[in-house]
Design a protein around this ligand. Structure first.
Ligand code: FMN
Length: 364
């Protein structure tokens, strides 16, 4: 059983990655429901938290249905990070996560996020301060290094463990790579297999199918679990699909359009309840294309979903999709059933023919 501090998170945990503007409470609840073992909030600015900025404070909202949950913070000032850790503790998550991986200029170039990979001494002392200022287990999410010349991930893992963190998630890219190229898990394995490493190390980057997850587990056996980001967008059931495949070697069926509509509708309703109608409707717009990717002839309906201003209109469109595509699915499955019957008939036909032909021949 893998543990983050004293929290048991499963034999081979699947974690929902922190994602700005995506990993909000409705999405986290759905991912939890669909098999994620641990979920993380998007990153929250420590400067925003200490100013009690409304936008940052609202990101602290967590719900029982999503536990265990980690709240992620970022910043480069020791004092702001220390105070933020205490604010986070009051929100009562299970875990406090520090972001040392964000590559965007406005964060990394100020020495926060992945920027701190250029100053590992500061990374270690900042982490130690945070660990000492909270009773929550502290975890870190980071990248392999700033660029390929500065990869010191094994040393980073050892020093962060020494500073007191309870788990480390590593995205297998450098800051310079942003999201380009392929994530390199061999370096994640190198850190995870170091004889002095005792904390769980989770691998992150490019896992988007059950097969890929199985391959990562096979190739990198000391990595204790997988963090999934982009592949969960519009696809929260990926956690159950991966889990089922890892446990049985068999695939769970892809949800039908009717099932997708059901999850999407609940996502919408939770967003509207959480953020109020105006914002909830707008925040859901980024999810519809992903929920219905690959559904034939969907373009006009997608346009309707992403431009509609009225909740009722969106709900009506979803009901329409359910009816239109649900019927198609029924028709499709009827066609499949008919095809199977035809195949059965074809298989049995030669015998029938034989029986029929014998008397014909003998008559002739
Ligand atoms: C839209 C988006 C927002 C992200 N926001 C965050 C964030 O707030 N904190 C963080 O640590 N990583 C963030 N990431 C990085 C992801 O957590 C993850 O490391 C990355 O997407 C690679 O994993 P994947 O290939 O499974 O998507 C974000 C990624 C995306 C695509």
């Amino acid at each position: 059983m893998v543990k983050i501090g004293s929290i048991e998170v499963g034999k081979y945990p699947l974690l929902l990655a922190p994602m700005e503007d995506v990993s909000d409470p409705p999405f986290r609840i759905l991912c939890k429901e669909q098999g994620a073992d641990v979920v993380y909030t998007e990153f929250i600015s420590s400067e925003g938290l200490i100013r009690s900025a409304a936008k940052s404070m609202e990101k602290l909202d967590i719900y029982d249905e999503e536990r265990p949950v980690g709240i992620q913070i970022f910043g480069n000032e020791i004092e702001s990070m220390r105070i933020s850790a205490q604010i986070v503790e009051q929100a009562q998550p299970e875990i406090l996560d520090i972001n040392y991986g964000c590559p965007v200029n406005k964060v990394a170039c100020k020495g926060a996020g992945a920027g701190i990979l250029l100053d590992i001494d500061k990374m270690e002392s900042l982490t130690r301060e945070i660990v000492n200022s909270t009773s929550l287990p502290v975890t870190v999410k980071t990248r392999l290094g700033w660029d390929e010349k500065t990869i010191r991930i094994v040393e980073v893992a050892l020093r962060l463990q020494d500073a007191g963190i309870k788990a480390l998630s590593i995205h297998g890219r450098t800051r310079a790579q942003m999201y380009k190229g392929e994530a390199d898990w061999t370096l994640i394995q190198e850190a995870a297999s170091h004889p002095d490493i005792e904390i769980p190390i989770f691998g992150n980057g490019d896992v988007d199918t059950p097969e890929k997850a199985a391959e990562m587990r096979r190739l990198y056996p000391d990595v204790k679990g997988i963090m999934i980001g982009r592949a969960s967008i519009g696809n929260p059931w990926i956690f159950n699909q991966v889990k089922h495949y890892l446990n049985t070697g068999e695939h769970l069926a892809e949800p039908s359009v009717v099932e997708k509509v059901d999850i999407c509708r609940r996502h919408l309703m939770m967003s509207v309840r959480w953020k109020e109608e105006y914002v909830g409707i707008r925040e859901m717009r980024r999810h519809y294309p992903a929920y219905f990717r690959g559904v034939p002839g969907f373009k006009p309906l997608r346009m309707q979903l992403v431009t509609s201003e009225s909740l009722q209109e969106i709900l009506d469109t979803l009901s329409y999709i359910e009816e239109a595509y649900g019927d198609q699915e029924e028709v499709a499955s009827r066609q499949v059933a008919e095809k199977i019957m035809k195949v059965e008939a074809i298989r049995t036909r030669p015998q029938v023919k034989k029986k029929l032909q014998i008397p014909v021949r003998s008559e002739g």
